[in-house]
Design a protein around this ligand. Structure first.
Ligand SMILES: C[S@@+](CC[C@H](N)C(=O)[O-])C[C@H]1O[C@@H](n2cnc3c(N)ncnc32)[C@H](O)[C@@H]1O
Ligand code: SF4
Ligand code: SF4
Length: 373
């Protein structure tokens, strides 16, 4: 748009693709982290830092946030790496960034954290401006969680979840589903249900699940022995979906759907063909200068643009993550379709979670109304 001004010198192609379409932005503030979770999709960045710069400097992050706001985004997620390790050890830069986002008009600012901080970060006034804090915890007991996240992680995270609830934060839990959570306990109940009940007892608002698969993405090479089989997930998903629909849980449960038959896809292509990359719905901004849309491509060479020298430059050629997408038609997930083995099913976006209460869509996708079979 001719009348919009930006801090960065932004390629026309980037503006054309995202202006009026981008709804949310994810800031991968730092590549530092206390943990080395087995499944971490960000692992190469945590282990192997070619670049001296491990963080997005605060002034750059604010300028980028302003530009993405000008393009239309109203929701921001602060993550990493681990955002509680961003900047100085007193979280002043983190607090300044949160305050800045709220001041310029972001309506919903949330943070994803591993909950390993040992100080009183949650009591800082600027951290309290967050609209949501989401804690990542992958089991309801140390045996299950710490198998992925490392010894001691469960106790620290649980303590901080309780603290956040007590302090009045809106608290969510994000949990990765790995084979241990698809097993049954002695009473024959799926362990994932015990995870939901654990979240419920802690007093959180939502529990959100990510299922760990071998997706056919580069990240398969470093996500270790954490993947579940598609057929096992489909069985568990249908049990859970039925329970959620019957009101079995007191908290909101976000269940990723992941697979559908081709026949079912063809019956509702607009619905199942949801792809943030095709919609230009989000931006992921990384410390190494990459900007991408699909989180499945994290730590790969694929991106949509790069930022450097006060410019945002559209990625030309085959390393542009959109180069293989059919941008005009709904399809199963382009990236997973290339390498994922899921029998007679076609893969859907891992962000496709029916009934999810997603701030940026406000019912526009009608996921809250539509039933999946
Ligand atoms: C990369 S972490 C960054 C923020 C923070 N360190 C944390 O753990 O919450 C963001 C989210 O991605 C999840 N995650 C990590 N590896 C994943 C994978 N292979 N597939 C799906 N989600 C993954 C984490 O569990 C966490 O909820
Ligand atoms: S805490 Fe988050 S960033 Fe750190 S290793 Fe685990 S998933 Fe990755
Ligand atoms: S996972 Fe697939 S459907 Fe989702 S944004 Fe990436 S390419 Fe699109």
């Amino acid at each position: 748009m001719a009348n919009k001004t930006y801090n960065y010198d932004i390629s026309n192609k980037f503006i054309e693709y995202f202006d009026g379409r981008v709804k949310q932005v994810f800031f991968y503030t730092t590549e530092d982290c206390h943990l080395r979770c087995k499944q971490c999709l960000y692992k190469p960045n945590l282990f192997f830092q070619m670049n001296k710069r491990h963080e997005i400097p605060l002034n750059q992050m604010c300028e980028l946030a302003q530009d993405v706001y000008t393009l239309g985004a109203r929701k921001a997620t602060i993550m990493g790496g681990e955002p509680s390790k961003y900047g100085d050890c007193e979280h002043k830069d983190l607090g300044r960034f949160i305050r800045y986002l709220k001041e310029i008009g972001y309506a919903y600012v949330r943070m994803d954290t591993n909950g390993q901080f040992e100080d009183d970060m949650l009591n800082l006034p600027e951290i309290k401006k967050l609209d949501e804090v989401s804690f990542s915890i992958d089991g309801y007991c140390p045996t299950i969680n710490d198998f992925l996240r490392g010894a001691g992680a469960f106790d620290k995270c649980t303590k901080n979840i309780k603290r956040a609830v007590d302090l009045g934060y809106t608290v969510d839990i994000t949990s990765c589903i790995h084979p241990m959570l698809l097993q049954k306990d002695k009473k024959g109940q799926l362990e994932i249900e015990n995870m939901i009940l654990f979240a419920q007892d802690l007093g959180v608002r939502n529990i959100n699940f990510h299922v760990l698969f071998k997706h056919g993405f580069p990240m398969d090479t470093w996500t270790e022995d954490t993947a579940v089989k598609p057929e096992d997930w489909i069985v568990a998903r249908d049990i859970l979906a039925e329970k959620v629909a019957s009101g079995a849980y007191k908290i909101h449960v976000r269940i990723p759907y992941h697979f559908v038959t081709q026949k079912e896809f063809d019956a509702h292509p607009q619905y199942y063909g949801y792809c943030p990359a095709k919609l230009g719905e989000r931006l992921l901004i990384h410390p190494d200068g990459q900007i991408r849309i699909c989180s499945g491509l994290i730590s790969s060479k694929y991106c949509v643009a790069k930022y450097y020298d006060h410019k945002i430059v559209w990625e030309e050629g085959y390393t542009n993550e959109l180069s293989d997408h059919d941008l005009d038609n709904p399809t199963p997930c382009t990236n997973q379709s290339k390498g994922m083995k899921c029998g007679n099913y076609c893969p859907l976006c891992f962000s496709f979670k029916p009934y999810q209460r997603e701030y940026v869509w406000q019912n526009k996708l009608q996921w809250e109304q539509q039933h999946v079979k």
